[in-house]
Design a protein around this ligand. Structure first.
Ligand code: PXL
Length: 270
């Protein structure tokens, strides 16, 4: 049984970050510890007046306790991190809390549609870059991939662009890079992966859904990371994650009162 720790915020309401990662990873039979980076009343996209309680000061205390207990993980999965001081703690965790061969997996959840999430700044981009360099797997969306690479975000990307960006991301350090939100045909949306060691790249597409939802990146990453840790080939990993996200959107789309996240629980249940 794999044991992982996920470092991201608790958005108390809104179906993203830890409230998505924990149930999905658990449903895959993965023991999932959490290191909450902050507690927010809701996520920051689409709600106004949300509260934030930063937990940076707790992180070294929790990490030190785990070190004293000799607790070790197969993987560290990081997501949204809202304070630049936390990246060094993630690097410390990589050194001291991973089993031999354990992996740092980074979803640099910080931006979408060409823009950083509200409240985030260049510090966060630099920090995400720093931990991505030490990761074995990174899963940015297209905007995050551009920001990690220090490039301008473009409205449209060719397959040559994506192949180049995937290679460039792995040249930063990770063995494998995934980019989500990739589309070369109007009706299809999906993800691409490249493994620097095998030189293999994989694409997976699903039918583009008529509405975008917040939190789908977290759903995608949680499914993809679970199946990656099971040792599945990247083509299957991407197919499963794309299909899961599409089903979660389809569960949600008829309910116009539910616009802040996707009903991924309905997919888990089925
Ligand atoms: O889903 C990414 C995410 C996680 N956590 C918080 C967010 C967002 C995206 O906006 O605001 C607090």
């Amino acid at each position: 049984m794999k044991k992982i720790v996920s470092v991201q915020d608790i958005s108390c309401y809104g179906q993203c970050s830890l409230t998505v990662a924990l149930p999905i990873l658990s449903a895959y039979g993965i023991e999932t510890a959490i290191l909450p980076s902050a507690i927010l009343s809701t996520h920051t996209a689409g709600f106004t007046g949300f509260t934030v309680h930063d937990l940076t000061d707790e992180m070294p205390k929790i990490i030190d306790h785990w070190k004293r207990e000799g607790i070790k993980f197969d993987a560290i999965y990081t997501g949204y991190i809202g304070d630049g001081r936390q990246f060094d703690y993630v690097l410390d965790m990589k050194k001291s809390l991973l089993k031999d061969g354990g992996e740092l997996i980074v979803d640099p959840a910080m931006a979408d549609n060409g823009k950083l999430y509200p409240g985030l700044n260049e510090d966060i981009v630099r920090g995400m870059r720093k931990i991505s360099e030490k990761a074995s797997l990174v899963l940015p969306n297209l905007t995050e991939a551009a920001f990690l690479l220090g490039e301008e975000y473009k409205e449209s990307y060719t397959k040559e662009d994506i192949d180049r960006m995937l290679r460039a991301l792995t040249e930063m350090g990770p063995k494998t890079a995934v980019i989500t939100g990739v589309s070369f045909e109007e009706g299809l949306l999906g993800a691409a992966a490249y493994n620097r060691e095998t030189g293999e790249s994989t694409y997976s597409f699903a039918e583009r859904q008529p509405q975008n939802y917040h939190g789908t990146g977290d759903v995608f990453s949680s499914v993809a990371i679970a199946e990656y840790l099971e040792g599945k080939p990247m083509s299957e990993v991407l197919d499963s994650a794309c299909k899961f996200v599409v089903r979660a959107i389809q569960e949600t789309i008829g309910d116009s009162s539910h616009n802040y996240g996707v009903k991924f629980e309905q997919v888990l249940k089925k």
